[in-house]
Design a protein around this ligand. Structure first.
Ligand SMILES: C[S@@+](CC[C@H](N)C(=O)[O-])C[C@H]1O[C@@H](n2cnc3c(N)ncnc32)[C@H](O)[C@@H]1O
Length: 241
């Protein structure tokens, strides 16, 4: 995927943190989605829907764009303006309690949001797996702690993000949180390559949160944190039964 194709859509209005398009691009390039026509994709915690729009463009499939803080009405207007109103469905629901059909989605993508709601043991199995089809794929990119600082989030990050520090977990910890069940074929977690560029794009904006992050980038964010990539591939049900 070519990030430059989408430059015109990246703005102070659509960005909510380090460049989500760079994170999405790395995930899609590293683990391309294996889709067939009429597959559906869930973008969980989609924010302003920038990633949902790009997923729709890159795959041609139907995308469900779910977020908690941004209303479905606001995102729906943006999708219509961007010409994907028919292809992308906006939804405003808490990820802890989503209402889709069981086994509805071939793929789930979640950028810079999964750490807000999915950090407890069993979340993936109970709240995500039921909605994924056999052979489904999951791509997640979230801020976290580098492996060598595992378990030290509060001590190292509190000055920067206060009580939210607990959300920062290392690739090793996320691997354990995803867990293992018969329906999971493969789980990979890693420190993503796009870290510096994604942050650079964000810090170059005049968003008030970016200005706050700028003060901590060299002393805290760059030395201790990373973007954690998570890839999960599900088994074909016939292999499990
Ligand atoms: C930092 S923003 C990132 C948004 C977008 N994915 C991006 O990369 O630009 C985090 C998003 O997580 C969403 N979020 C947080 N808690 C959530 C929950 N419980 N259910 C659904 N979305 C949630 C928020 O609504 C917010 O838009």
């Amino acid at each position: 995927m070519n990030v430059d194709d989408y430059k015109e859509y990246i703005s102070a209005e659509t960005m909510m943190g380090p460049n989500s398009i760079r994170i999405l691009a790395e995930l899609l390039d590293k683990y391309p989605l294996q889709l067939v026509p009429d597959d559906m994709i869930l973008d969980l915690g989609c924010g302003t829907g920038l990633t949902s729009f790009i997923i729709a463009k890159e795959t041609g499939e139907k995308v469900f764009a779910n977020d908690l803080w941004i209303s479905a009405e606001e995102n729906g207007k943006r999708f219509a303006e961007w010409g994907v109103g028919e292809q992308v469905t906006p939804i405003c629901e808490d990820a802890n309690n989503i209402h889709f059909e069981k086994k509805q989605f071939r793929a789930l993508i979640s950028i810079d949001s999964y750490h807000y709601f999915a950090g407890s043991k069993g979340f993936f199995q109970e709240k995500i797996l039921p909605f994924l089809k056999d052979n489904g794929q999951v791509l997640i990119g979230i801020p976290g702690l580098k492996d060598e600082y595992t378990g030290r989030a509060k001590e190292l990050l509190s000055d920067w993000i206060g009580e939210d520090a607990y959300m920062f977990k290392s690739p090793k910890q996320w691997r354990e949180l995803i867990g293992n069940t018969n329906s999971i074929e493969l789980v990979k977690t890693w420190e993503m390559d796009c870290f510096n560029k994604a942050w650079e794009d964000w810090l170059a904006t005049d968003n008030k949160f970016a200005l706050g992050d700028k003060r901590y980038f060299e002393a805290v964010i760059q030395p201790y944190t990373c973007f954690v990539g998570i890839y999960v591939n599900l088994r074909n049900c016939c292999e499990v039964c």
